[in-house]
Design a protein around this ligand. Structure first.
Ligand SMILES: [Zn+2]
Length: 238
């Protein structure tokens, strides 16, 4: 049986922690990673500021150095405006990098709107970091390996679909590895990166046994999860 997902989901080994505040399809995702004294935010959906405030407080929110976005769907980016605006109001001093798959127009549009409104009164620097290739990123002693995944969305006709810019990330800190696939259909890159991870976070967004090219069925997700030392199933419809 797959592990029951009841949010928040927490995994911790030594000084490496991940807390998944929630991951509900079409509603919101929100993930915090702490590695030593470093804080990352992953897929800041609606509610992320509320959850971070409760979990780590203002001081640590202002020290968040990097945000990682798997793709631009609203349930993964809906809280980013609130978060970066809060950082402005509370006088964040340290820079923030936002990593996202190249071509993710949602992040660039939100950032440009934010920049238009607040560029003259912004106490900290935001750097957009579009990811073009699967080269590892290094930040504060953590290495982050992005990898491409398969995730599609419907066009206006409600029938045809297109691939959206979408990534998974593997976070590696002091030899410990967390693999997060984001939203994805079954794909070989995720199979490869989840294998032997200390924790694999695998979406099971499909509610029946008819696989498509947007999400995975529970069976597919479990088959990948089992190749890791531990796994969480997320993004299960509620
Ligand atoms: Zn999605």
């Amino acid at each position: 049986m797959p592990p029951q997902q009841k949010y928040p989901l927490i995994w911790q080994k030594k000084n490496f922690l991940i807390k998944i505040f929630c991951s509900i399809p079409n509603i919101a995702t929100g993930i915090l990673i702490r590695a030593g004294n470093t804080h990352f935010v992953v897929d800041p959906g609606d509610g992320i500021l509320r959850d971070l405030n409760k979990e780590i407080g203002t001081k640590n929110i202002l020290n968040v150095s990097d945000a990682f976005i798997t793709h631009g769907h609203h349930d993964h980016v809906g809280g980013i405006w609130t978060l970066i605006t809060y950082m402005r109001v509370m006088h964040k001093q340290t820079p923030l990098s936002i990593h996202y798959p190249i071509g993710c127009v949602e992040i660039e549009s939100i950032y440009h709107a934010f920049h238009n409104v607040y560029s003259k009164s912004l106490p900290y620097k935001i750097t957009l970091k579009p990811i073009k290739e699967s080269k590892s990123i290094h930040s504060h002693g953590i290495s982050i390996k992005p990898f491409p995944v398969i995730h599609r969305e419907y066009l206006n006709d409600g029938v045809s679909t297109r691939q959206v810019p979408a990534l998974g990330y593997k976070f590696n800190f002091n030899g410990m590895k967390i693999c997060y696939g984001g939203d994805t259909a079954y794909c070989i890159e995720l199979v490869k990166h989840a294998k032997n991870s200390d924790l694999a976070i695998i979406e099971a967004g499909h509610d029946e046994d008819t696989p498509d090219d947007m999400h995975m069925t529970t069976k597919e997700a479990v088959s990948i999860g089992k190749s890791a030392k531990k796994y969480f199933l997320v993004h299960v419809p509620e």
